[in-house]
Design a protein. Structure first.
Lengths: 348, 348
């Protein structure tokens, strides 16, 4: 791997995949310039040097603390995640993960290929001791605020041991990052009676009851958008289905609402009167507005910014990464897993 | 079992569980009186004779073709489904299913305990030859119209053979009941690439490709509310999660909209202007408005009307049952399964 030496640093340093996502590198660089100006952090943009220098100059970089780390290759959204992260060793994502793993940065943010990022985080940054699987854990909007869903798609098939660790990590995340005292952790099931669901669910349920977290039991999917839990635990297949279903429903609502408002002159007038409120509502329903999705279970904060991130969304993802470092998320997850989440203490 | 003889009949006869659901028997009887007046069918109300006679008299029954078949017991929503259907042999649901199984009616409609109805349909009406599992298959709203989801919760754990039969049954349903020439059948997955998902999904995918149905491949949950398939095939866990998530999202959306419109005088005025449109939209999003959910895979049409059915919803469920008899759904499913859905012909 061609990794250049970076000097010791005093400030928090966030590594950025400057080539990932639909709007890279332009919007990524723009978001980073804003973030470096707003926060007391250093940013390392990983990607094609010449391109990034051009973008930085166009932004009028000034004296903000941004350095460029060259990476010639790019992993695209169409690349096969696992083979891309293995073979494209000079890609911005792979090099960024390596820099993070080597302690040359405190956190990593990428808007690139989700599957490659999850595989790469596990392969390069590596899992926290005892962790069985890394999970994707987006914070999503509900009628009452936000909830964390874990896993949203990293692991299509899970065991009770995986789900138990997801519950611990999710609970720690909401405690540390969202300052919740005692986040309510629910396990997705198709009913609330004890004997409902699959064997996976029932066995996980038994194990979660024994944990020193605020496990509130089974939660039906109906309650999720209504704010029925702060941490929603599920396998990655179910989580991904819910995540995407939410996206689709929001799209369907939106197009139906348009139909209602564009009917005639009177309804169009009505639309003008509630325009601001509707825009706010649309925004609050859009999970992309709620920051990036952390990849939990690896040894450094790794944030998956949405693929369609613009400068503002990326700025928010950098802020999120900064906050995860400050709130000592990784240390707290490491402790929680060591105490309650390892297989040896399966029934603790 | 205390089952009374009913004479031979010439008209179509629909058996009704008059005691099932939140609004039984009043709304059920009312819906049936309207249905008997509107359609050329006979209805058999199964339930407590005295209560039902009182309700019928209150409706001013007139000369409509409704008979009462006494059943002393009732299965409630709180009863454990399997033990209730086994032990309460004199319940309206169990007796209604038996009458249907014995050919004393052409179809059965109940707004009662969903789990008991699915178990009872399998136990009493029995499966169509070759069918591995009965499935719950509600017709649900999308931005473009309707789609059938199969399975919505009858089978939390499935095999490729189950899902293959669900695809056949769903396709036949949409062809016959909705008059679609070639319903698009999609298999829920967390991506559209061939290697995505679980082993169950990949194996099912391979089998569905071989069927003479319009199988369009994997469908992501995002596309479901946008109308991406006419038949959405999934295991009962995933289906139940989507069904309930849709309910929750609709609720969350509705409460957020209220917030937008109740903000101030101007927005309240705006609400008046689009009141009708919003009511229509709410209605079209409410899957309860889209009739009952058939239990597919058994030897007679069995319809699960929504537990909160009022007279109008129940009237619609009776109409749906009538239409299922007329369109020869069972005969067509039986043929389809015999030709393409049996294990012996796994790869046909």
């Amino acid at each position: 791997m061609k990794i250049r030496r970076i000097e010791r640093y005093d400030k928090m340093r966030i590594i950025v995949d400057a080539m990932g996502g639909d709007n890279a590198p332009h919007e990524i660089v723009k978001g980073c310039v804003d973030a470096a100006a707003a926060f007391d952090v250093e940013l390392v943009l990983v990607g094609r040097q010449a391109e990034l220098e051009k973008e930085l100059n166009a932004c009028g970089k000034g004296d903000v603390r941004i350095t460029i780390h060259n990476a010639d290759e790019v992993i695209s959204g169409e690349d096969d995640p696992i083979s891309a992260i293995r073979s494209k060793k000079n890609s911005s994502m792979r090099i960024g993960l390596s820099l993070t793993a080597e302690g040359k940065g405190d956190a990593f943010v990428s808007a690139g290929n989700t599957g490659a990022l999850i595989s790469g985080a596990t392969l390069v940054v590596k899992r926290i001791p005892g962790i069985r699987r890394a999970a994707l854990a987006p914070v999503m909007p509900s009628a009452k605020g936000n909830f964390l869903m874990i896993d949203a798609g990293a692991n299509a098939e899970c065991t009770p041991a995986f789900l138990k660790q997801f519950a611990i990590m999710g609970s720690v995340y909401m405690q540390r990052f969202m300052d919740m005292d005692s986040p309510r952790v629910g396990l997705i099931n198709i009913g609330t009676e004890e004997d409902k669901g699959t064997e996976l669910i029932r066995e996980t349920h038994a194990q979660l009851k024994e944990l020193p977290i605020n496990y509130t039991g089974y939660i039906e999917a109906r309650e999720v958008p209504l704010g029925g839990a702060d941490v929603v635990v599920c396998d990655g297949f179910t989580g991904n289905v819910m995540l995407k279903f939410m996206e689709g429903m929001a799209g369907a609502f939106s197009s139906m609402l348009k139909g209602v408002f564009y009917k005639n002159t009177l309804t169009k007038l009505s639309a003008l009167m509630v325009k601001g409120g509707l825009a706010d509502m649309k925004k609050s329903m859009d999970y992309k507005e709620h920051g990036g999705a952390p990849v939990l279970g690896v040894k450094a904060p790794v944030i998956k910014a949405h693929g369609s991130s613009d400068a503002k969304a990326f700025f928010n993802a950098v802020r999120q990464a900064k906050r995860l470092v400050e709130c000592r998320l990784i240390e707290n997850i490491t402790d929680g897993i060591a105490q309650y989440g390892c297989d040896e203490k399966k029934n603790v």
